[in-house]
Every structure is written in C-alpha cells, then in structure tokens.
Design a protein around this ligand. Sequence first.
Ligand SMILES: *Cc1c(COP(=O)(O)O)cnc(C)c1O
Length: 405
Amino acid sequence: MKVNTAIQSKRLALLGDLPRFQSVLHVGRPNVGSRERLLERFNDMLDRRWFSNDGPFVQEFEAKVAAIAKTRHCVAMCNATVALEIAIRALELTGEVIVPSYTFIATAHALQWQEITPVFADIDPATCNMDPRSVERVISSKTSGVLGLHLWGRACDTEAIERIGREYGLKVMYDAAHAFACTHRGTMVGGFGECEVFSFHATKFINAFEGGAIVTNNDDLATRLKFMRNFGFSGYDKVSYLGVNGKMTEACAAMGLTSLEALDEIVVVNKTNYEAFEKYFSGLQGVSLIRYDKQEHNNYQYIVLEIDPEAAPLNRDEVVDVFHAENVLARKYFWPGCHRMEPYRSLQPNAYLMLPNTERVASRICLLPTGQTVDAGMIASMAEILETAFQFSGEIKDALGKRQK
Ligand SMILES: *Cc1c(COP(=O)(O)O)cnc(C)c1O
C-alpha cells in the first residue's frame, strides 16, 4: 500500500506535510480481468486476421451483454457517445429532446451534434435523477422525445417518464452508461424505453478500452442500428441508409469479454469498498454517502459523497482541494450541469432558472476513487484526511485563500 508514513502533527499536505499517498489515486481507474485470457484472445484475433466488421468477438460480446441486460438485441459500438447519436438518429428524434442537465456532457452533445436541442429537466434531489414533474414542465410543441439517465447506476423513474412519453406521444430512450448489470424494481436495466445505451469506456464498470452498446427489444430498431453503425451497408454493394462508422473493434470486444468474465469479482470489490466507505465516513459531520438500494442489483462503481456546506466545516470545493493535495484525485461529477457548459450556456443562458436542484446538488457532490486498485486501508486514510481537514478547517481555508492570491 502506497501510504506515506513520514507524517507530522497536522498530517495534511495543504498545511505543509507530504501528500498522504505517494502516487495519484484516480476515480475510474480501469478494472482489469484475466491478463492470460486477454492475451489468448489477442492471439486468436491475430491468427484469424479479423479485426473489425462484426467479428466473432464482437458477436460473442453482444450475445453476452444482451443476456445480462435481458434484451433481445445488443448492437455494440465504438463508444457510448456514437451509440447515443446513432440511437437518436434511428429513432428519428427531431426538434427538442428532454434530458437531465445533471449528466456527463455527452448526453447533451449527442443531441446538439445533430442539431436537436437538448432541453434540460431538473433532478429530484432525493435521487439525483431526472424529476418527471420537471420533464412535464418543459414539454413544447417541438418535443419529440425524452432521453433519461440512470445516474451512478441508480435507475431513474422509468414508469413516470414512460407514462409521460405515452401521454404526449414522445419516444423515450435512456443513457444507461452507468447502469450495466443494475436493476430497477428487480428488472435489469436494458429493456426500458425504446432502447438503452451502455458505455464500456475504460473508466466504466465493465470496460472494452473504449466501447458502447445499444440494447433493445425492438427488432426493426435493432436492424436499423446495425446498418447505421456500418455506413448504411445492407449488402456488399448496397447502401440502404444514411450511416456512419460506429463499429466496435475485435481488440475492444476481446477486452470487453475479458472484463465480463470478471464482472462478479468487480462487483464484490466495489461493494466491499463501498461498505468500507460507509464504515469510515459515517461519523463525518455534514458528509453523506449516496445510498444504493439493497433490494436492487448495483455495480457499486461510484463512491459519491454529498457535502452539506451548512453542516460540514469545509465546502465541496475545499474538500476536493484537500484531497487533491493528498494525491486523491476526487472529482466533481457532474459539475457544473451541462447547461453551464458551452454551447448550452450561450444558447440557453436562462436555463438555470428551471434547474434549482441541479445547481444545488452539483455544488455538493464529490466522487472518490474505488475499484480494484483501492483497498480498505486506503479508504481509512481518505477518511482520516477529511477528518483532520475538518479539525483544522480554519487553517485549510487560510491556506487555500493564500494559494489563490
Ligand atoms: C461515460 C458516459 C458517456 C459516454 O460514454 P463513452 O463511451 O465515453 O462515449 C455518456 N453518458 C454518460 C452518463 C457517461 O458517464
């Protein structure tokens, strides 16, 4: 364990001590399955000389993802952003689509990239997921769909969102980038709405270096998605659709398959870490750990702290600065909301007026490192850092103030 032992009285890097960790701890450091299996697969792939275009590893990966998500189809893609773009196109969404602002920027960009306006809905502060009442409030005559999100793997209120969809004739799809192998009321995420999109980026729960997939139970949609991911080709010399190149490579599928084999192991590591965070961070004033419903399956990929600036001695930004000084690269996912980033900030300068909960929650959230490279001892050290920082909060504020000058 890479913890510095030469620590003095106040034990904080911002107050002149050595950083607690000698090397940087990252949020979303990749989880790695069996090296041997991966290299075996690479050898198979090289022997076959089949590197892309619906290769055997991609097909196997799609079958396994569909089996886990319990959907009829899985269409693998080069990444989730392109998958979102293709899904949006295949569903023929136009005009305006309602999305939460409290998400990774790709959710909004996938719409704006094809000149569809993302209209931002607010979140429910209790779940941090999109509030269906807010969705209803921003529906206009131009609205064609709703793009929901299962933030941190906790499913959004799909029942209410889909009820709104039916009532107003809107197509509903989900960005399920965080929610692979998670359930909602006992049902696997994957089959909700018209389709759902997973990300297998290196930082996600299951990774394929880079990768994404669209899962759906709609046969026609699946067919269109497959054509669109491959330039619209429907035969050797026949193009039937407008298409793009969204294909997953065999190397990525080999990594994806190897990660899938380690799925249960990774969940155990993440859950054990989550329980250690619960234990060590429970007594900290004004700090709460986002909860995962024990009745549901979750991948426990994200350790999310909410810092109440009224109750905690330091606010979220100060806490993040404290951690960074100790080589713990805490992150503010997702701050600021999409509506505060370009081009939305210029295009929709008043959007924030409709997003009070997004603004408030985004200013209080801090994600900490977990996964295979983090253990209970490191988690105890992270808690100790925060405890000490709270104890010396006045001096920390002074040190941060001086640093800014
Ligand atoms: C990571 C992520 C994406 C983008 O996934 P890529 O595979 O990196 O393109 C989209 N939406 C959310 C919510 C994400 O966290």
